[in-house]
Design a protein around this ligand. Structure first.
Ligand code: ADP
Ligand code: MG
Length: 340
């Protein structure tokens, strides 16, 4: 006797639905997605979870990153940072808790680095034209005119009232050296809330890692050779934590045969000149992000000294001659490929 057509159809639908259900639930090795926030490509990968959970978590992470960009970016009109800058020298501005948190951390790192990291570099960044199409080398007079506005000590945070005030008119807060680190930290926190077993986030060189790789191996993070994008200068083996790199090759322009980059020395008003790249390993991405900029400005001697004094923070400093300097705590967690 022939099976009626509708029975076969029902069976087929059942099989297909069940397959889709199990495919979605089955643990997958890794699941990756990419988006753009803060002018930067952000890659997120979650490991050892179902496809459905991976999609949910990554969406939650991207939603939060978008919300944070809207608060912390100077390129979004009406952001907390823009409102603070517009009210400079006039009134304190009520802001979101995250703006208080990131700005407080930025001021702590400014203090730690004796102002080598300074979140009030905004007027200098603008003078050089970063973030616009019109990049140019300013005159010495132009630089001298804005240098007094670069002064992290004139940022007044009132935690009780949730306000931030820039004491001088013309001052500009610029969280570009720390905000990407913060969105990476938030990504890790969200993954933890969703009980994800392992996560890897990379926001343009600010890397955050949570949990163990499904294979049980350690995570390996490669540090690019500053003068050859095809080569690795070092490879780091890490369990968990954050790695960030600041380099003189990341954002650049050329004028009169000279190359200029975007990490500015807040004291001199020009790009910091001694180093080619700095990589920092820490347990918090805000810290690795801001410290990579700070050490880059401080240079090898003062920068290494700062790293040696900080608990739980390690780093790799590559100077303009290509020499690699490694902080004492990295031990056998670092591999330096020999040039063939
Ligand atoms: P990238 O943004 O390429 O990862 P960094 O993390 O080093 O590089 O941050 C550089 C950004 O930080 C610049 O684009 C600028 O907005 C800001 N910045 C530049 N110089 C300093 C400084 N000395 N202190 C704090 N922020 C800085
Ligand atoms: Mg950085």
């Amino acid at each position: 006797m022939k099976t009626p057509f509708y029975k076969i159809a029902v069976l087929l639908i059942l099989i297909i639905s069940l397959s889709i259900y199990f495919l979605k639930r089955c643990p997958i090795e890794d699941y990756k997605q990419t988006a753009f926030f803060m002018d930067t490509r952000v890659d997120v990968a979650v490991y050892n979870t179902s496809k459905k959970q991976a999609e949910t978590v990554i969406q939650a992470i991207f939603d939060e990153m978008q919300r944070l960009e809207n608060i912390l970016s100077k390129h979004v009109s009406g952001s907390d940072v823009n409102r603070i800058n517009e009210a400079a020298g006039r009134v304190p501005v009520t802001v979101e808790p995250e703006t208080i948190l990131v700005t407080s951390r930025a001021l702590e790192i400014a203090e730690l680095s004796s102002g080598a990291f300074d979140p009030t570099v905004g007027p200098l960044v603008e003078l050089w034209g970063w973030g616009t199409e019109k990049l140019k080398v300013p005159s010495a007079e132009e630089i001298d005119a804005v240098l007094p506005l670069v002064n992290y000590k004139a940022v007044k945070i009132d935690k009780d009232n949730s306000t931030i005030f820039l004491a001088e008119p013309g001052m500009k807060l610029d969280l570009g050296g720390i905000a990407k680190g913060f969105i990476v930290d938030r990504g890790r926190e969200i993954a933890q809330q969703f009980s994800v077993k392992a996560l890897f986030v990379n926001a343009g060189g600010d890397i955050g890692i949570m949990g163990k790789k499904p294979s049980g191996e350690k995570w390996r993070v490669a540090v690019q050779s500053p003068r050859d994008p095809q080569k690795w200068a070092a490879i780091l083996e890490i369990e968990e934590g954050c790695v960030a790199t600041s380099g003189d090759y990341e954002r650049i322009f050329e004028e009169g045969g000279e190359i200029y980059h975007h990490i500015l020395d807040p004291e001199k008003g020009i790009p910091a000149g001694e180093l080619a790249s700095v990589t920092i390993v820490a347990s918090e991405s805000m810290l690795s992000d801001a410290l990579s900029t700070a050490v880059f400005v401080l240079g090898k001697d003062k920068g290494m000294q700062l790293l040696e004094n900080l608990e739980g923070v390690e780093g790799i400093v590559i100077d303009k001659q290509g020499e690699i300097h490694v902080s004492s705590g990295l031990g056998d967690r670092i591999e330096i490929p020999q040039d063939e």
